[in-house]
Design a protein around this ligand. Structure first.
Ligand code: MN
Length: 442
């Protein structure tokens, strides 16, 4: 019996080691307070995602990014009200910062289907959530009536078309939660601003997503061979990063060989790898909600042809040129803003090599160079902003020539370190042509 319980405890510990990791409650609390400071006395109303109804849902529950960023909670159906501090004006008294987490009441019959849930009357709710004030969701209408200044108020809500938020706001309006003269504004821009600069805990989670995904790519390099399907390679990569703690792919894996290598978001993975082709692998896992984004291009037979190698080296050179040009506080991601890294990579591609008609290659670099990475693989944020410490973004030049059935992309996820230096989070994965070939020989 004693032996059995030790085994049980060990297996429980093993489970908790691979569970969703959550940052300390303080990290989320400080994000909510910073949002509160930006509300100018207004009130933010945010909704968690809801659990899919029915039993045929293919994709598991995934929390709304902004709600997760502000709470670290994966509870479906929850809601959040944050009232920014306001000074006294006219008949309105001063108001301190206030926050309330709303949780749906237990429904024991439903929980038999979808698992136990946290509710506002659970004994551990304050410790678990880090909220001083938690209430049952049904109280949300009355609390808003109490909190919102009368008669005029500004309500910050999700105006980005999120269906859970739309439904929640409709429910509140129908219940007369809002005074007559409400101004509705979008909360997304405010939260995006906060999300653009990652804290140490977030950086750690992106690192874990990246480390696990690097192992997936290494496995692909060792295994890719003629006769394999694209889907088999994708499955192998998913297995490798999910066994290392990722809960799912951060985006639909792109595994495209031959002509498919020139299709940017090819996600059918139905083709077969053939000697003489290249295969583009744009595959990354999500770790406790945080994404990574990594692409490599492999020669299926283990050796690039002369022409493939020429194009590959130009893409590699373009990425290196952008890395070398990087300056914290000056460099930007967008095509046209001052300090554009895109420009650097584009000029490199356009001034090296030619297509079969003697034309420069810039026309075959058909996408952007960079995007932010975080809770979303294409994390929100202003791409014209100078890149600052704490920002995480990709550098991913590519050349796609359908006429030659040849597409090459090299993509790594970078962090701007506290010292302003660029850190290649996926740098442990070979990207130089010779190193990729060497890894494939193993
Ligand atoms: Mn990308």
């Amino acid at each position: 019996m004693r032996r059995l319980s030790t085994a049980l405890i060990l297996s429980l510990l093993a489970c908790s080691a691979v569970a969703f990791e959550r940052q300390p409650n303080d990290a989320y609390r400080s994000r909510r307070e910073r949002l509160g400071q930006r509300l100018n006395g207004g009130v933010a109303v945010l909704f968690a995602a809801v659990e899919a109804e029915g039993q045929n849902s293919i994709y598991g529950f995934r929390q709304n990014d902004n709600f997760y960023y502000l709470t670290g909670l994966r509870d479906p159906g929850a809601a959040l009200v944050i009232a920014g501090p306001a000074e006294a004006s006219g008949s309105q008294p001063a108001r301190p910062y206030e926050e309330i987490l709303f949780l749906p009441a237990h429904n024991r019959s439903q929980e038999k289907w979808t698992g136990p849930k946290l509710a506002a009357d659970d004994a551990n709710v304050a410790d678990t959530t880090g909220f001083g004030r938690t209430a049952v969701l049904d109280r949300m209408r009355d609390e808003l009536v109490r909190i919102l200044p009368q008669p005029a108020a500004t309500v910050f809500m999700d105006q980005g078309g999120d269906s859970a938020s739309n439904a929640g706001m409709q429910w509140l309006r129908r219940a007369n939660a809002f005074p007559n003269y409400v101004t509705y504004r979008d909360v997304n821009a405010l939260v995006s601003d906060l999300r653009t600069v990652k804290d140490a805990g977030e950086i750690e989670l992106v690192r874990k997503a990246t480390d696990a995904s690097v192992e997936g790519h290494k496995a692909a390099m060792r295994s890719a061979r003629s006769g394999m399907t694209e889907n088999e390679l994708a499955a192998l990569m998913k297995y490798e990063f999910e066994r290392r703690g990722c809960e799912k792919p951060a985006y639909a894996p792109v595994v495209g060989s031959g002509l498919n290598s020139t299709v940017l978001h090819y996600s059918q993975s139905s083709g077969m790898l053939r000697d003489g082709d290249v295969v583009v692998l744009d595959v990354g896992g999500e770790y406790s909600g945080y994404a990574t984004d990594i692409t490599r291009t492999l020669p299926v037979g283990g050796h690039f042809t002369t022409r493939q190698r020429e194009i590959y080296d130009i893409v590699y050179g373009a990425q290196q040129a952008a890395i070398a040009a990087f300056e914290a506080g000056k460099s930007t991601m967008s095509r046209t803003s001052p300090g554009s890294l895109f420009r650097v990579a584009y000029e490199y591609i356009n001034s090296h090599g030619k297509d079969l008609h003697g034309q420069p290659l810039g026309q075959y670099f058909i996408h952007g160079l960079s995007h932010f990475v975080g809770l979303s693989v294409h994390d929100p944020g202003d791409p014209t902003l100078p890149l600052e410490p704490g920002m995480i973004f990709t550098i991913e030049p590519g050349i796609y020539i359908p006429e030659e059935k040849l597409g090459v992309r090299i993509e790594d996820t970078f962090l701007v370190g506290a010292d302003g230096k660029l850190v290649n989070l996926s740098g442990a994965l070979p990207s130089k042509a010779g190193e990729v070939e060497a890894m494939m020989r193993r």
